[in-house]
Design a protein around this ligand. Sequence first.
Ligand code: HEC
Length: 162
Amino acid sequence: MLVKKILMSSLLVSMMTFAGIASADISFVKTTDGSALKIDSSLFDTPAAKEFLATGKNPYVGNAEAVAKGKKIFGMYSCTQCHGPEAKGQVGPGLVGPTFRYPKDATNKGMFETVWNGTNGGMGAKGIGLMDATDPKNGITPDELLKVIAWIRSNGTVTGNE
Ligand code: HEC
């Protein structure tokens, strides 16, 4: 019994160590000034979000179900009001590319950073905890943002995973 327990715990430790090494996560930077952008890794709580955190690739691009959800979320967070119903521009710029105000937005990591933490030119931070100073639970989650980005990409020519 005791031996089993010890075996189990050492197995657990080695699994945790392995996970630690395997998840040499990508690091984010702010679109506003290029400085480090810290995002709590526990917010990446779905398989797709975890994969994005590890690789910077958005697994939802080209996934019809995720794209449909992303379109809804784009409306829920009022992105439509500024960027138009097809994300091709309204008050705010078009988001479908192939050229972007912030060239890094041609990548999914770059676009994620821009939406999460905002810009200096009129795009507010939408990430959970950043969007609403009065409510830390308000804002878009990483998984939702990846779906939104997948929908934006579905209207354009770049996938962002190139
Ligand atoms: C109040 C209006 C407003 C809302 C709401 C808004 N945006 Fe924006 N957005 C802007 C403006 C203005 C810019 C241009 C910012 C700049 O030049 O710094 C911008 C820029 C962007 C960019 C960068 C585009 C590029 O060419 O690099 C992305 C991506 C983006 N918005 C996505 C979104 C998403 C996704 C949402 C919803 C979660 C959203 N925006 C909501 C006004 C808005």
